[in-house]
Design a protein around this ligand. Structure first.
Ligand code: NAD
Length: 495
């Protein structure tokens, strides 16, 4: 039996056990073995972390730091993440079972988020207003909110944390980060780098544990001013309700059922690759998964044939090996959910043309694998077309023309992303304008950048991460009025 790696939480600059000294194990989805022991925090730990963040927010060490110095701290943290990218990526694979190549790509990119927002820290500017009252000098200030809570999902733990902490810290806030109970380790390793970068104690705190045990107390804490959440729609609903009680700000990055639309004028080889990357990369466990494939009727049968030929060659196996293309499903609950949806699709009458069940043997180790699965002849009203599966299951729907494609694509409660495959510029622009989604990709899929806003429309979320505007999600505006008049005029008349 392997020796469990023993982690502690990071609160107020100290490495601590949970107050109740409880722990839980973290499992490697490929080997099925427990590999790390994680503190199981509850209300008392949440209170302690929020108190540390609140005290750091007002401390001269943080509040007294110049904006440029704050930006330099973020850049130093970015450097350290870059230096430790391989180590952090290995830890993430051990917890979530996604491909090492994918996690390393993310980790090597994360420093850019800290550089970008670090660079913005000293460009947060107010304005002097040309107010219509002659004896008044009026200006605006953009100020940090206070203590922010960041709650992340298991699929990309540090990327999701960077999306929140980079703009939030640049704006001058302090944080309590709570990673998913399935993937706690990389956030605790990240805390070591925060410490090494020289952030004052309490500016970044990391607590670990379960949503209902420590997540809820954090979200409900009266001293918390903002909650930034990435996770399921159900989790987002609970968090939004709890945050609303104290009028806290929220950013919610939730799920999707994103359409990937292939027109008959598309470069078909590229479109096949784009559809594959949209649904089988990360074993379909991405919020932006292109899980509804809409194909123009004139090429429907031929395109599906090409797709099946390509997808059936996908190599399942050990996520650490360079040749592997599809890894295991991360959690047992997710595995059962995916298989349930496959059964639902079959019962709804969708035609299974690839996969359609669990995969085992070969290079699958002890992991819980699902075969890359394709359902043809899906109607958009079916559950398999309307509900997020979060796995390697593609639902294919034929369409007639642009209007038909738009009608089907937008007939969804979600609006996270959409893909369009066409060689027509006019069609690209028309579709991009009319698709109800936060991100539209034309002749590419799953492209993200620290520079481009990322967020959902409709039930896929509220607010945006990334892009210069994301820093506004962590600032509040104040107007300051200074009278330059000699005398206070009539006190009974509003000025
Ligand atoms: P989840 O909602 O189960 O958990 C996410 C996080 O929230 C975890 O840290 C969990 O402990 C915590 N949590 C759960 N209930 C809570 C509560 N009541 N109060 C406070 N915290 C609570 O989601 P998951 O299964 O970890 O992640 C998968 C989901 O995340 C999918 O729906 C996926 O689409 C979504 N996701 C969205 C994005 C995006 O940017 N839009 C990115 C990745 C994943």
């Amino acid at each position: 039996m392997t020796q469990l790696q023993h982690y502690q939480m990071f609160i107020g600059g100290q490495w601590l056990e949970a107050q109740g000294e409880e722990r839980f194990d973290s499992f490697n989805p490929y080997t099925g073995e427990a590999w790390a022991s994680i503190p199981r925090a509850r209300q008392a730990d949440a209170d302690k972390a929020v108190a540390a963040a609140a005290s750091a927010f007002h401390s001269p060490a943080w509040a007294g730091l110049s904006a440029s110095a704050r930006g330099r701290l973020l850049c130093r943290l970015g450097d350290l993440i870059g230096e430790h990218a391989e180590h952090l990526a290995r830890i993430e694979v051990r917890d979530n079972g996604k491909l090492y190549s994918e996690m390393l790509g993310q980790l090597r990119n994360i420093p850019q988020y800290f550089y970008y927002f670090g660079g913005l820290a000293d460009k947060i500017e107010g304005a002097v207003l040309p107010i219509e009252k002659p004896d008044t000098f009026t200006f605006t200030r953009h100020e940090p909110l206070g203590v922010c809570v960041a709650i992340t999902a298991w699929n990309s733990p540090l990327l999701l944390a960077a999306n929140k902490l980079a703009p939030g810290l640049a704006a001058g806030n302090t944080f309590v980060l709570k990673p998913s109970e399935y993937t706690s380790a990389s956030s605790l390793e990240f805390a070591r780098l925060v410490e090494q970068a020289g952030f004052p104690a309490g500016v970044v705190n990391v607590v670990t544990g379960f949503g209902n045990e420590v997540g809820e107390p954090l979200v409900s804490h009266r001293k918390v001013r903002k909650v930034a959440f990435t996770g399921s729609e159900a989790g987002g609903q609970r968090i939004n309700e709890a945050a609303a009680r104290d009028f806290k700000r929220v950013t919610l990055e939730l799920g999707g059922k994103s359409p990937n639309i292939v027109f008959d004028d598309a470069h078909l080889d590229n479109a096949v690759k784009g559809v594959i990357s949209g649904i089988y990369a990360a074993t379909g466990q991405t919020c932006v998964a292109g899980s509804r494939l809409l194909v123009q009727r004139s090429i429907y049968a031929a395109f599906l044939e090409r797709l099946v030929a390509f997808a059936s060659r996908a190599k399942l196996g050990d996520p650490m090996l360079p040749g592997t293309q599809v890894g295991p499903v991360t959690t047992p609950a997710q595995y059962r959910k995916i298989l349930d949806y496959i059964d639902i699709a079959k019962a709804e009458g969708a035609r299974c043309i690839l996969g359609g069940g669990p995969a085992s043997g070969g290079d699958c180790g002890q992991g819980q694998f699902v075969q890359p699965t394709i359902f043809a002849d899906v109607h958009n009203g079916m559950r398999i077309a309307q509900e997020e599966v979060f796995g390697p299951v593609l639902a294919c729907i034929p369409f007639d023309d642009e209007e038909d494609a738009l009608r089907i694509a937008n007939d969804s409660l979600y609006g996270l992303a959409a893909g369009v495959w066409t060689q027509s510029m006019a069609r690209s622009l028309k579709m991009a304008q009319r698709l109800e989604a936060g991100m539209v990709w034309v002749n590419t899929y799953r492209a993200v950048s620290y520079m481009a806003p990322f967020g959902g429309h409709k039930r896929s979320g509220m607010g945006h991460e990334n892009g210069a505007e994301a820093i506004r999600e962590y600032l509040q505006v104040k107007s300051v009025w200074i009278s330059t008049g000699e005398e206070v005029p009539d006190p009974f008349v509003m000025r």
